[in-house]
Design a protein around this ligand. Structure first.
Ligand code: NZQ
Ligand code: ZN
Length: 387
């Protein structure tokens, strides 16, 4: 087991109706609030009105229309401008991971005099950031419990995971009823995203019985509950367990003491959604089986055997490589069963920019240091196998 030094400062407030605590929580941070949200889902479900009513004694400024794969320009830059002009005390992010990620970059940019891109690209380390409170409405990213945000810059095809302990939300409200309205497509994509977060921690050199058990339970919870949420979008118990399984995804708790994996599928998917603006979870699901097949070897087979036997119940007495290949097949079939398009062509990606994307990933994502190192050619091969 590896050494670790771990702290997650985020307060989680979980369950039906917990939003009633919002005013008292917000009072602890100040009066001037930047309310950030996306393209309108929070208005349709009545959450926007509820937040405005609860915060009627606060001074509220708004940044709306934050898009999936949130953009540096306009969203981050606009938010930073409002924070500086209005001397904002706290950001309240209401929506999915994109709204929250964008708000994290704004929180750091608001306290920095230069171009916020310096922070996102790690040229400069932020000294402080505004506090963030969020009401997460989509079970997927785990952004509500981690210190990262992913920001896209269209003109350079960059999609960068920006991490800093200053970016942990101070308080995250998780009410599963707010996820009842999430579409089947986003429910499935959220499940695939969270499953991949666990895979990125599971497929590594060293793990423990404890971590493997925790992660294998995470996989099962996500698969079983995603099916239930798709069958009945208002199944509270399923939405609740789905939400918590996703929340644990990215803050390291699933794999304390494990050696790292280098997060290869995320490194590759960032290029897909930077170049083609596709849904992150779908991109991950599409490339995961191809990546698994590509890295299966004598070195990795035992991890696949454990995954296959403990997650999918494959007969442990079979040949190791047969178990591994069946596990990969089961992974593919699960994603297919929740109606994820399983080929890049189905989400509008063809051969034309594969080499360019592979080069971009090889130069920017450090996958030569992944558990199974990936060269530019490996990356291109995985993309091609996923067409
Ligand atoms: O924009 P609105 O109208 O709110 O609609 C959104 C959006 O169209 C909709 N939605 C959200 N909650 C809803 C809802 N629709 C109905 N009812 C609700 N309750 O869903 C659509 C997608 O929202 P988005 O926020 O983009 O989805 P998600 O939460 O999956 O976030 C994806 C982004 O997070 C990044 C991804 O790369 C991507 O940019 N990630 C962030 C991570 C992190 N911070 O740790 C880790 C992940 O690996 C991931 O990279
Ligand atoms: Zn992800």
């Amino acid at each position: 087991m590896q050494n670790f030094d771990y702290q997650t400062p985020t307060r989680l407030v979980f369950g039906k109706g917990v939003i009633k605590k919002l005013p008292s929580v917000m009072r602890g941070f100040g009066k001037r609030v930047l309310l950030t949200y996306g393209g309108g889902s929070i208005k349709k479900m009545g959450l926007y009105d509820r937040v405005k009513e609860l915060l009627k004694d606060f001074e509220i400024y708004e940044l709306s229309d934050i898009r999936p794969n949130p953009k540096y320009d306009p969203s981050v830059l606009d938010g930073v401008k409002i924070c500086k002009e209005k001397d904002i005390d706290v950001i309240l992010a209401v929506g999915g991971g994109s709204v929250l990620d964008c708000s994290k970059a704004i929180a750091a940019g608001a306290k920095y005099d230069g171009d916020p891109w310096d922070l996102i690209t790690y040229k400069v380390k932020a000294k402080e950031a505004l506090p963030i409170v969020d009401i997460i409405t989509l079970a997927a990213t785990g952004s509500e419990y981690d210190m990262g945000g992913v920001i896209s810059r269209t003109e350079t095809n960059d999609k960068i995971g920006y991490m800093d302990p200053l970016l942990y939300p101070a308080v995250s409200f998780l009410d599963p009823t707010y996820t009842f309205t999430v579409s089947a497509k986003q429910t499935a994509a959220g499940c695939a995203d969270a499953m991949n977060h666990i895979m990125e921690q599971y497929f590594c050199e060293d793990s423990t019985i404890l971590n493997d058990g925790f992660m294998e339970a995470g996989f099962k919870s996500l698969m079983i509950n995603a099916q239930k949420c798709l069958e009945n979008p208002e199944d509270y118990t399923a939405r609740a367990e789905m939400m918590l399984s996703c929340t644990y995804g990215c803050n390291g708790i699933y794999s304390l003491g494990n050696s790292g994996s280098g997060w290869p599928c995320h490194g590759m998917e960032h290029a897909l959604s930077a170049y083609y603006d596709i849904t992150h979870g779908e991109g991950l699901a599409i490339i995961t089986p191809g990546w698994m097949k590509h890295i299966l070897s004598d070195k990795t087979v035992d991890r696949f055997v454990k995954y296959g036997v403990n997650v999918f119940g494959i007969d442990a007495s079979l040949d190791k490589f047969e178990i591994a290949n069946r596990a990969i097949e089961e992974t593919y079939k699960f994603f297919e069963s929740i109606n994820i398009p399983m080929h890049l062509k189905e989400v509008g990606i063809d051969e034309s920019r594969i080499d360019e994307m592979a080069k971009h990933v090889a130069e920017n994502e450090g996958l030569e240091n992944a558990w199974v190192p990936l060269s530019e050619k490996d990356i291109a091969d995985i993309f091609r196998a996923s067409l």
